[in-house]
Write a protein that binds this ligand. Structure first.
Ligand SMILES: Cc1cc2nc3c(=O)[nH]c(=O)nc-3n(C[C@H](O)[C@H](O)[C@H](O)COP(=O)(O)OP(=O)(O)OC[C@H]3O[C@@H](n4cnc5c(N)ncnc54)[C@H](O)[C@@H]3O)c2cc1C
Length: 284
């Protein structure tokens, strides 16, 4: 299909973006990498009167360490994150997750901010942000505000962003010497969205896990933290008995939604398999 007609403006400043969003309200859409938006326009799932291209805004680019956080600009592409030595050192979960996002052509254009704003519950970046306990930096006409990942994803493809706000960056706590991060997912083919995926982080010292964060993708209407299972693991040695208890707790706690080919029971089973495998890998 072909998109309905729309006006297009390439923004030259962030204040211009806010002015346009305030003037046009729900009739306007921000364009970043276009890897989701263009498809929804072409399928006429979205018919904005105005598309505001933000890709010229240099302030939204870049990946850098700022004090004790890793700041990733909204326009950082999936490939830039995948290939960043700084990310590999300070947030290795992202380096591990990036190759699972679609294919190279999509990763070359798709952006960190676009993925978080779209808030697909099966996507990698929202789950990683949640697993790392990161923060979204949003900006609107009233200024900047920070939204914790735990509060950011509010529903199916819905976030805590106000209509006239955009994501300008995210801040991730820097991996410490004792931090463990890992992810696993099951997809039918490489590059497909995960049927079920798990991104996780924890403090690990002497075989004991503390403050684990288990963020699942593909199981609910948002990326989802298994908080009761986290509590089962917190402060425990990762022996076989703990693993068994954690998997049992997860299968009790999780209430996966079905997709076109997988029932809730299948997803519940797969989530347990992923947790078991990921925790086993955390022992080494
Ligand atoms: C065939 C295919 C397979 C894919 N597979 C995967 C996959 O396996 N895993 C995965 O995670 N993703 C996958 N994607 C999605 C891809 O990662 C997109 O790049 C991403 O979801 C959106 O990023 P974007 O920069 O392209 O955003 P766009 O398409 O430009 O925008 C997406 C939405 O976010 C809004 N938006 C964009 N930037 C901002 C901002 N800074 N602030 C506020 N709102 C903003 C837009 O208005 C729009 O509503 C796939 C896409 C395709 C086409």
């Amino acid at each position: 299909m072909k998109a309905a007609a729309f006006d297009y403006i390439k923004a030259h400043s962030i204040t211009q973006v806010f002015d346009l969003l305030q003037t046009h309200g729900d009739d306007a859409r921000v364009l970043a990498g276009g890897q989701t938006l263009m498809a929804t326009l072409n399928m006429r799932l979205s018919e904005p009167a105005l598309v505001i291209d933000i890709t010229g805004l240099a302030a939204l680019r870049g990946i850098e360490q700022r004090g004790d956080v890793l700041r990733i600009g909204a326009l950082a592409t999936h490939t830039q994150i995948e290939q960043s030595a700084l990310v590999a050192r300070l947030a290795p979960l992202l380096t591990e997750a990036a190759p699972h996002i679609a294919h190279r052509a999509i990763r070359n254009s798709g952006t960190w901010g676009g993925s978080l704003a779209y808030a697909d519950p099966a996507a990698e970046w929202p789950a990683c942000l949640l697993a790392l306990g990161g923060t979204v930096v949003a900006q609107g006409p009233a200024g900047e505000r920070r939204i914790a990942a735990d509060d950011f994803f509010t529903g199916l493809y819905a976030t805590a962003l106000q209509p006239e706000e955009i994501i300008i960056a995210s801040e991730l706590p820097i991996a410490t010497e004792h931090q463990w991060q890992g992810m696993l997912q099951l997809a039918r083919r490489h590059g497909d969205y995960a049927i079920v995926g798990l991104a996780a982080s924890a403090q690990r010292q002497g075989g004991v896990l503390r403050a684990p964060r288990l963020a699942f993708m593909g199981v609910g209407i948002t990326p989802w933290r298994a908080r009761e299972t986290e509590a089962v693991l917190d402060g425990k040695t990762l022996d076989d008995a703990t693993l068994t208890r954690a998997v049992a707790a997860l299968r009790e706690e999780i209430e996966p939604l079905p997709d076109l080919t997988n029932t809730p029971d299948t997803k519940r089973h797969l989530a347990g398999v992923l947790l078991q495998r990921l925790l086993a890998s955390a022992r080494t």
